[in-house]
Design a binder for this molecule. Structure first.
Ligand code: FAD
Length: 428
């Protein structure tokens, strides 16, 4: 059986970006990407809201996102890949107490040169058909909703067509000679002794052992390096061989509302914030439900990342919950935006975040010829290129990765043993 230089398990955005940069770095290596699904990007990548914002307090987050967003721009503007980038901006709505708490963080970000614009309540109400004063509403009080005091507009932010990005990485990886195989489910990672002695049940604890490839329902695939980029499924493979990976799967749901009525159309086409002439991606005050302008389908997407008591549990086919919309999202959104009264989702879906519950940042490490890339915690699309380059640098035994724009990044900063990441203070 022929041995690959590397097998990448998972053709999501992270596996593909990693494989593409591995192949670019080592063009003569034989690299195979496999996925249990019938095509690329059909896991949680396909479920995503595909938003990005180059605006983070944490230097780690900012570097990973900003270099990735610059790469998107480069592909789109210089290389002519139509990624359907939409520069909607993010409009973050804050109550008075929230804003007081976040103000010092914003100030230090401004000193770092990150651009944003603050709208006072009055100016915001002039530009946006929103109800900012809701605190005398009895239901709003019951839900502990707060008046909107200010809004922060972040211009370097928007959405991408994630399928187009998946296509870019897959096509270019194959063009470089990379191989892809779908409908191939990994059942386990093969562990072999470095120096086989032919003893039953080896390797024994006194032998040095390594990951030697994967067993799939279509047979064995051997490789010098095995790269696991299986998103929320990663621990199904790693736990069996005692490799720790900090990641918990958690359900996230999206509900799409068509802009059928004139007042919804007016809201969707709100002018004065961005070059798209549309409502920015808007985040409500606590609870921070978000509203994405889905311009291509004349719709709004709603979502909210709930925590306690939402289970950490892997779900093969997570379903959206009708009551999560009806008694949750709908009740809150309609207090601020009356236009959504009686609006029902015309479609909805659910996926899962691969949440790093320790520090919310991606994890990239290698042990015993096994590389692991993931735990992207709900921001894998906007960090994919940087994470892919870091994974590829690790594969190439480099201590430093060169992110887009020749930004240097220490590979070990995302590892578990030498981890060094800045914590985020600006959390949605
Ligand atoms: C509702 C929702 C909204 C989101 N919104 C955003 C957003 O706005 N912006 C953003 O940046 N991120 C967002 N994300 C997060 C983003 O989608 C993820 O971080 C990203 O897609 C993770 O990519 P991945 O390649 O790690 O995982 P996946 O896309 O899930 O890929 C993993 C792949 O591994 C394959 N696989 C798993 N196990 C096996 C096996 N045993 N054998 C073979 N193949 C296997 C799967 O089939 C899958 O294709 C969102 C996620 C969700 C769920």
């Amino acid at each position: 059986m022929s041995e690959y230089d590397a097998i990448v398990v998972g053709a999501g955005i992270i596996g593909l970006a990693t494989a593409y940069h591995m192949k670019k770095t080592r063009p003569n290596d034989r690299i195979l990407v496999i996925d249990k699904m019938s095509g690329a990007g059909q896991g949680n990548t396909a479920k995503s809201a595909a938003m990005f914002r180059s605006f983070f307090y944490s230097h780690t987050n900012l570097t990973l996102v900003d270099t990735t967003v610059e790469f998107f721009k480069h592909l789109h503007n210089q290389l002519g890949y139509d990624l359907r980038l939409k520069w909607t901006g993010y409009l973050w709505l804050f109550s008075k107490p929230q804003y007081s708490a976040i103000e010092p963080v914003l100030k230090s970000m401004s000193e770092e040169g990150l651009p944003y614009h603050i709208y006072e309540e009055e100016e915001l109400a002039d530009r946006l058909p929103i109800t900012t004063k809701i605190s005398d509403d009895e239901e709003a009080q019951k839900m502990k909703l707060k008046d909107v005091d200010r809004a922060v507009f972040i211009p370097k932010a928007g959405s991408i067509d994630i399928d187009a990005l998946v296509k870019f990485y897959e096509t270019e990886f194959k063009r470089l000679g990379g191989e892809v195989q779908f409908n191939t489910e990994v059942r386990r990672i093969i562990i072999e002794p470095e120096e086989p002695l032919g003893i039953p049940d080896e390797p024994f604890f006194w032998q040095d052992s390594r990951a030697a490839g994967v067993d799939t329902q279509r047979g064995r695939l051997l490789a010098k390096k095995t790269v696991i980029a299986a998103g929320v499924w990663t621990n199904m493979l790693l736990r069996d061989i005692g490799v720790y990976f900090p990641m918990e799967p958690i359900k996230r749901q999206l509900f799409s509302i068509k802009a059928l009525k004139p007042d919804l159309r007016n809201l969707l086409t709100t002018k004065g914030f961005n070059s798209e002439g549309c409502l920015p991606f808007t985040i409500l005050p606590d609870p921070p439900i978000y509203i994405k302008p889905a311009l291509d389908e004349d719709a709004f997407w709603f979502s909210f990342g709930d925590h306690f008591p939402r289970a950490f549990k892997l779900e093969e086919d997570p379903q959206p919950e009708e009551n999560f919309y009806r008694y949750g999202i709908y009740q809150v959104v309609t207090k601020y935006f009356k236009q959504f009264q009686d609006a029902h989702p015309y479609s909805s879906w659910a996926g899962q975040y691969a949440l790093n519950t320790i520090d919310g940042q991606p994890v990239v490490f290698e042990e015993n010829d096994l590389l692991v890339v993931g735990s992207c915690s709900g921001s894998g699309n906007m960090k994919c290129d940087a994470v892919g380059r870091i994974g590829a640098a690790l594969y190439d035994n480099q201590a430093h990765a060169s992110l887009f724009g020749e930004t240097d990044f220490k590979v070990h900063d995302l590892s578990l043993t030498h981890r060094s990441v800045d914590l985020e203070k600006l959390i949605i």
